[in-house]
Design a protein around this ligand. Structure first.
Ligand code: GRF
Length: 213
């Protein structure tokens, strides 16, 4: 069983996609053990509670000291014996100690085709605003491993989404979620649970059959 911690900050639609696929039996051998939010009012916490998933807020407000903030996150990761951390709309930088401890065991969903429109300052609607301002014709979403940079880890999966003339940042965000994010994130978790992914430097290889661990 691949035991997940899902880190959230907002609405939790990517969390919901994972919950739905697990409950529909499309993600066997995967369980969401805990949902951890950086915001105490994130609707994602409600989604978790509705499905009986332990849900906690670990906020900078409650833990302004970086070392205590890191310690609190690690407490939950160890308590729930987490194998893979999934960042699903998480807006904080994961503490370096955790990125190192969970090397190639943290994945993130980003709402663009990395390296375009990624890195510091590119999150949420800002990504889609920049896409429309640049006038690109194709955008999409990316799932990648998290390293010590921002949106710089090895890319696991990407999916394109066409930009329409009538798009607003809101309409584009919604379509990128519907057509790309909500498929890609569960698919990446599935591949990892099936032990079909290896990472060689910056390159992720997806294998047809499970690798002997
Ligand atoms: C999504 O656009 C996701 O790509 C980004 O955060 C946004 C919020 O997603 N990482 P969610 O509805 O909270 O899952």
């Amino acid at each position: 069983m691949l035991r997940l911690a899902v880190f959230v900050s907002g609405g939790g639609t990517n969390l919901q996609a994972l919950i739905d696929q697990i409950e529909q039996g499309k993600l066997s051998d995967v369980s969401i053990e805990v949902v951890i939010s950086s915001k105490s009012d994130a609707y994602a916490l409600e989604r978790a509670k509705k499905h009986g998933i332990p849900a906690v807020a670990v906020t900078k407000k409650d833990y302004p000291d970086p070392a205590l903030f890191t310690q609190e996150l690690l407490k939950y990761l160890e308590k729930f014996r987490v194998d893979l951390i999934v960042l699903a709309g998480y807006l904080l930088i994961v503490p370096q100690a955790i990125v190192r401890k969970y090397h190639n065991r943290i994945i993130n969903i980003h709402p663009s085709l990395i390296p375009s429109f990624s890195g510091a300052g590119f999150y949420g609607l800002k990504v889609h605003q920049a896409v429309l301002e640049r006038g690109v014709k194709i955008t999409g979403a990316t799932v990648h491993f998290v390293d010590e940079g921002t949106d710089t880890g090895p890319i696991i999966l990407q999916k394109p989404v066409a930009v329409l003339e009538e798009d607003t940042p809101k309409s584009l965000q919604r379509r990128v979620m519907e057509e790309a994010e909500w498929d890609l994130l569960p698919e990446a978790v599935r591949l990892i649970s099936q032990k079909r992914i290896t990472v060689e430097g910056n390159i992720v290889r997806i294998h047809d059959i499970p690798l002997q661990s």
